[in-house]
Design a binder for this molecule. Structure first.
Ligand SMILES: [Mg+2]
Ligand SMILES: [Zn+2]
Length: 236
């Protein structure tokens, strides 16, 4: 048996670290209703997320104050902080990769983890950039365009940051995570991402929240093939 590879975590933000999708929340509240038609095109694979988000943000009429207020409603997974703390103790790097908005992520993390600045310091975020202008919010993309049409290509970030011998673990929930799941050694998957992992027969573990990831870490991050649902407790 070969020795286990060093684990490196890549974590989605909306719907994974947060309990609800903050991008959807912003669109539902502040965008003209056509945003849903654009969303459908993206879900159907007719456009990439770069085109999708650019068109959607153009429909948003909200100022920074509105979004500030909305952030007050955002809840994060109750075990996320413990997850980051344990990863730090075990010296496993954690990177946030999001197709959402940096302003939302930075502010939410500051609100929720601001009392633990040493944790925040080593929690890099790769995401789209949201700025506020008198005409409304504007979106820009620090990552180069990719073959999937992603706004922020999670695969690119993973490929760039992973060490040669790393065991990459992705944690996510949605359609914007599908390429990242395909590119990772193991995916913790829920919601739409779980369906995708099942369909594509990827190496994955279904999970409900970071409590389940903690359990896996406390068990020593087993890298065996026991990643199918059949092997998880509660499943026959
Ligand atoms: Mg998500
Ligand atoms: Zn991509």
């Amino acid at each position: 048996m070969s020795s286990p590879k060093p684990v490196r975590f890549f974590v989605d933000f909306d719907g994974t670290i947060t309990e609800n999708d903050v991008v959807d929340l912003i669109l539902e509240r502040y965008a003209e209703p056509e945003w849903r038609l654009i969303e459908k095109k993206w879900q159907d694979g007719r456009i990439g997320s770069r085109e999708c988000l650019s068109s959607q943000v153009a429909l948003v009429s909200a100022g920074q104050k509105d979004l500030d207020r909305l952030l007050g409603e955002v809840k994060i997974d109750p075990y996320f902080t413990e997850f980051v703390q344990l990863a730090r103790q075990m010296r496993l790097p954690v990177t946030i990769v999001s197709d959402g908005f940096d302003w939302v992520i930075d502010n939410t993390l500051q609100r929720k983890l601001g009392h633990l600045p040493q944790l925040l310091r080593d929690l890099p975020v790769h995401s789209n950039k949201l700025t506020f202008t008198p005409e409304g919010p504007r979106l820009s993309f620090p990552e180069e365009p990719c073959e999937h049409g992603c706004a922020t290509c999670k695969v690119r970030v993973i490929e760039r940051l992973r060490g040669a011998g790393d065991y990459t673990v992705f944690i996510g929930d949605g359609l914007s995570d599908r390429y990242a799941a395909e590119a990772s050694d193991l995916t913790f998957a829920k919601s739409k991402l779980l369906l995708h992992c099942r369909q594509k027969n990827l190496r994955y573990r279904p999970y409900f929240g970071f409590e389940d990831v903690l359990e896996w870490m406390k068990a020593g991050c087993p890298q065996d093939a026991n990643t199918t649902e059949r092997t998880l407790k509660g499943n026959a």
